[in-house]
Design a protein. Structure first.
Ligand SMILES: [Zn+2]
Length: 325
């Protein structure tokens, strides 16, 4: 088991142990009670911590994509209507994930919906918060760990710099996990969208199939009970583990962006424990809803409770002003 995998496993055990606390939105960690610095000082400190870090480990979660307009997953809002128009009218789903849980009458209709979902993220431009983050990281040694499946980071960076531990919309796996192979989903999705036109179902012979068993394919993503945790998955954990161990002893900045309360075990708690374990490191989180900072790392940590898009934009402005001066 890889170094980071082990940290996630410990956090998962903690989650089971204190399930009721987590389920009610809480945390078993003792939190700092210090009042936060004023917002402008926090932005200044964010820019300074990035500048002085030897290495930045970015942990990008759902809030980061949501801040950039990728907010169609959990509610029926303007962006859901924009990308899922046909299905929003016909089925009145409360967001993209609700459609994934729907009991579809035919596989052709299900795949019409799934292709629409995948096509939306595969073809989305790089969103503004990601570009601002990239500006902040210019010239720094960094690595990205993400739970986002929407391929935003791999549009910006080479795969060697990104670990996608919950899958990636560009790949299919066997729905029954009969093989450890994953394969391209981009071209089949494009073809399904084209064949579907204004309809809501794909032609029967275009339902993607596993080349090994002939059963249906499925996107390579966690969340539906059949996530293929084979070679490709292990590679993601190995990448992030290597990057941390290579910089152990240096001034690492753990930069957590947009972690929700449902999955603290993948980024947040490993980052807390790494910060605690390595005294020369720093921890900064940006979150629009929660400001959870463990008391044990309050001297080396900060949470900016504000909209991520605004924080990153403001930090870029501060950085650029400093560079002009
Ligand atoms: Zn198969």
């Amino acid at each position: 088991m890889s170094y980071y995998d082990n940290l996630v496993m410990q956090a998962q055990m903690k989650y089971s142990l204190y399930y009721d606390t987590y389920a009610s939105g809480g945390t078993p960690y003792r939190l700092s009670t210090r009042p936060p610095q004023p917002y402008t000082e926090q932005i200044q400190r964010l820019v300074e911590e990035i500048a002085t870090a030897d290495f930045v480990l970015v942990g990008g979660a759902s809030g980061l994509s949501a801040a950039g307009g990728g907010d169609f997953y959990y509610e029926d809002n303007a962006s859901f209507r924009k990308y899922f128009r046909k299905y929003a009218r016909k089925y009145h789903f409360q967001g993209a994930f609700a459609g994934m849980m729907h009991r579809w009458e035919t596989r052709e209709e299900f795949w019409g919906y799934l292709a629409t979902f995948l096509h939306t993220t595969q073809t989305a431009p790089i969103r503004r918060p990601y570009l601002d983050l990239d500006t902040l990281l210019k010239g720094k040694d960094f690595f990205v760990l993400t739970t986002n499946q929407d391929t935003q980071f791999v549009k910006l960076y080479p795969e060697a710099k990104v670990a996608e531990i919950q899958g990636d919309h560009r790949f299919f796996q066997c729905a029954a996990c009969c093989t450890d192979d994953t394969w391209d989903a981009v071209e089949p999705v494009r073809a399904m969208i084209e064949a579907m036109g204004e309809g809501t179902a794909v032609p029967r012979d275009m339902v993607p199939r596993c080349p090994h068993c002939g059963g249906e394919a499925f996107p390579w993503v966690r969340g539906y009970g059949n996530f293929l945790q084979g070679k490709k998955y292990e590679e993601q954990y190995e990448k992030v583990s290597r990057s941390i161990l290579a910089h152990k002893g240096e001034r690492i900045l753990f930069l957590e962006l947009g972690v929700g309360r449902l999955t603290p075990m993948f980024i947040q708690e490993p980052f807390w424990n790494l910060t605690l374990a390595f005294p020369q490191t720093r921890y900064i989180a940006v979150n629009d809803r929660y400001s959870y900072l463990p008391a044990q790392i309050e001297d080396r940590g900060m949470v900016i409770k504000a909209d991520i898009a605004t924080v990153l934009r403001d930090a870029v402005a501060v950085k650029q002003k400093e560079e002009m001066a």
